[in-house]
Design a protein around this ligand. Structure first.
Ligand SMILES: [Zn+2]
Ligand SMILES: [Zn+2]
Length: 280
């Protein structure tokens, strides 16, 4: 005969699952709203700079684009919250080693470097796979409805794409846990915020990086806004944080550096013209 589950244990488990899920919604929604909202506000405050540096001059995101991006981002938040819940349950059951104790600065640094490098590789290959004829419609077409990206494009995914994007985190943590590495919660937090900020910057629509960025070997390996904007307007450039995967695999846009130089030179030309204008 089956014995009913202990109601207090069941209640406790259900409450905790509900708590973790609600924490996930709060955590994943707030970072999207904060990052995309803050960048939108900055683009409005520095409207002159943003207009001069607009990457696609002939086209603007429509109201329908913003609505689609916001609504589908809410779906992404729900998918991410389920994964946040799974990671928290994984931590409590000992499957995932995640340390909330203070960690040494050096530990945080190497853990951040490792997870960012791994995520960049994951993103590049998952992104290229989603661009294959077989997968594109079902997974990634939705993200590309945004021909002219806005900060709100950052989470504009189909449910399938959201799962593919976020799957990296539990898979990575399962592997490191198997290797006996307890990831520091602070390293994960830093990784998540870095991901969010770089994501909205990549979709800003206006180039945010300083002129000369692509001509300096110390900075050229970090992808700019033009890098991902070109991906939306004309393909190529599948990478996220860094430029190296596209260079190794020959998928970089042939005019990437030229396009970046053109966008970032505008402000300077404008300044020079303004200075050259005779005083009335
Ligand atoms: Zn794409
Ligand atoms: Zn994009």
């Amino acid at each position: 005969m089956m014995t009913p589950a202990n109601p207090s244990t069941l209640d406790y488990a259900m409450t905790r699952v509900a708590d973790h899920f609600m924490f996930g919604i709060y955590f994943d929604l707030s970072r999207y709203l904060i990052a995309a909202g803050a960048l939108t506000a900055l683009l409005l405050i520095f409207r002159g700079f943003a207009e001069t540096r607009r990457i696609q001059r002939g086209r603007r995101a429509s109201r329908a684009d913003y609505t689609r991006e916001l609504l589908s981002s809410m779906r992404t938040v729900v998918v991410y919250a389920v994964v946040t819940l799974a990671i928290l349950v994984g931590r409590e059951t000992g499957v995932i080693l995640l340390s909330i104790k203070d960690a040494a600065l050096w530990t945080i640094i190497w853990q951040v470097v490792l997870i960012v490098l791994a995520h960049d590789a994951w993103f590049y290959w998952a992104h290229r796979a989603m661009h294959s004829k077989r997968l594109f419609r079902a997974t990634h077409l939705h993200h590309h409805k945004s021909r002219t990206p806005t900060p709100w494009t950052a989470y504009s995914f189909t449910m399938t794409e959201a799962v593919i994007e976020v799957a990296f985190v539990p898979i990575f943590l399962l592997i490191t846990s198997q290797l006996g590495i307890a990831y520091a919660a602070f390293a994960i937090l830093f990784f998540i915020w870095h991901q969010m900020i770089r994501n909205v910057m990549a979709h800003a629509g206006s180039e945010l990086f300083p002129a000369g960025w692509v001509d300096n070997p110390w900075t050229d390996w970090i992808a700019t806004t033009t890098h991902h904007d070109l991906h939306h307007s004309s393909g190529h450039n599948f990478g996220f944080y860094f430029t190296w995967w596209d260079r190794w695999m020959g998928t970089e846009h042939p005019r990437y550096r030229e396009a970046f130089r053109e966008v970032t030179a505008r402000g300077r030309v404008g300044q020079a013209e303004a200075l050259a204008e005779p005083a009335e």
